[in-house]
Design a protein around this ligand. Structure first.
Ligand SMILES: CCCCCCCCCCCCCCCC(=O)SCCNC(=O)CCNC(=O)[C@H](O)C(C)(C)COP(=O)(O)OP(=O)(O)OC[C@H]1O[C@@H](n2cnc3c(N)ncnc32)[C@H](O)[C@@H]1OP(=O)(O)O
Length: 211
């Protein structure tokens, strides 16, 4: 499944080096994002921090990639979803989730959603809940060897999802040709907060390549 991009054949030692290089930057940026919404220092400190961040941005801006991380690393060979907004090592937007999957088509993750993901007061934004559910559903179908694009995603929000420590579980329900149905739920301290059902479809372009 390498259409339309070439396989990622980066050697292990290079991946380890890149992990050690970029991982800490994203970790620092995650804390920066958290502090953008939670810090309460005085205005002089904010101004000084802004100058520091602008200096760091000027360094990183010197060289920009021509392809996204997904285009380069995801489609085949070693998969490095480093730019992914839910699990990406290099993406500060990602909480990030560590997702554990088994080939029977089940995936799960215990994760933390801090104040940067707030929607209603003290609660996780519903779009963020949907993002996480979609991602982990994708892991479940992928683990079962049934990868696909989300065709339809249905979400029922049972109760507000509190910011903090959470759990998500997903499992494959049914398969039929190119389509796979999977379900998922987010669990908070007071039980299930949101449930999802997704229909995942192997896209036509990939079907034609495999035919
Ligand atoms: C595979 C990727 C490789 C890359 C490997 C990277 C792995 C990295 C893992 C990361 C995990 C991320 C997890 C998050 C997952 C997203 O975020 S995916 C992004 C959000 N989704 C999208 O952007 C999808 C956009 N839509 C599409 O691309 C196309 O409409 C679809 C859904 C692929 C279907 O297109 P198509 O293959 O041309 O479909 P088509 O031949 O018309 O119909 C085939 C069948 O599907 C049904 N169908 C068509 N559309 C739909 C629909 N929307 N809903 C339900 N059924 C539908 C048709 O009725 C038909 O059924 P039958 O008549 O055969 O019974």
């Amino acid at each position: 499944m390498n259409w339309p991009f070439p396989p990622d054949e980066t050697p292990d030692h290079v991946v380890e080096h890149e992990t050690a290089t970029w991982g800490p930057l994203a970790e620092a940026a995650r804390e920066l994002v958290d502090l953008c919404v939670m810090s309460d220092v005085d205005p002089e400190e904010v101004a000084a921090a802004t100058a520091d961040v602008e200096a760091a941005v000027a360094r990183l801006r010197k060289v920009r990639r021509t392809q996204t991380l997904g285009q380069e690393h995801l489609p085949a060979g070693r998969r490095r979803p480093w730019g992914n907004p839910v699990i990406g090592l290099r993406n500060p937007i990602a909480p990030p989730l560590q997702v554990h999957s088994v080939p029977e088509g089940r995936s799960e993750s215990d994760f933390h959603c801090g104040p940067a993901y707030e929607g209603p007061p003290g609660l996780v934004h519903g779009g963020v809940v949907a993002l996480i559910l979609d991602q982990v559903l994708g892991h479940a179908v992928g683990a079962k060897g049934r990868p696909g694009m989300t065709g339809t995603l249905t979400i029922v929000y049972r109760q507000g999802t509190p910011l903090g420590d959470l759990r998500v579980e997903a499992w494959v329900e049914r398969e039929d040709g190119i389509k796979t149905w999977a379900k998922a739920q987010v669990i908070g301290p007071d039980g299930v907060t949101a449930e999802a059902e997704g229909v995942f479809i192997l896209p036509r372009a990939i079907r034609e390549q495999l035919a």
